[in-house]
Design a binder for this molecule. Structure first.
Ligand code: FES
Length: 95
């Protein structure tokens, strides 16, 4: 499949950040672009990060929980038996 549109995805990690993959501009509250050096970044949603808008792992320290979320892949082991971040391959970019 060929497309001229940039691709991007956002994955909500159980009890953790939002993983943003792809060509997306992240803006700070003042409208300026957030510095970004990687195509995949983790955005804090617990509020405890010292490097907002990015995750610095503080969600683990404060015990951030997202109890309302269901596993994206029920066939996978439950949380606690796999790494916190989704390790599925990144979506393929357009050719
Ligand atoms: S989600 Fe990781 S520090 Fe907030």
């Amino acid at each position: 499949m060929t497309t001229d549109r940039p691709w991007a995805s956002v994955t909500a990690c159980p009890h953790g950040p939002l993983l943003v993959r792809g060509d997306v501009e992240i803006l700070l509250p003042d409208g300026s672009p957030a510095p970004r050096r990687r195509s995949t970044v983790a955005l804090c949603r617990c509020g405890a990060s010292g490097i907002k808008p990015y995750c610095d792992g503080s969600h683990k320290v404060i015990g951030f929980r997202t109890e309302d979320e269901q596993p994206a892949h029920p066939e996978r082991p439950e949380h606690g038996e796999r790494p916190e971040h989704d390790e599925r391959p990144a979506p393929r970019s357009p050719r």
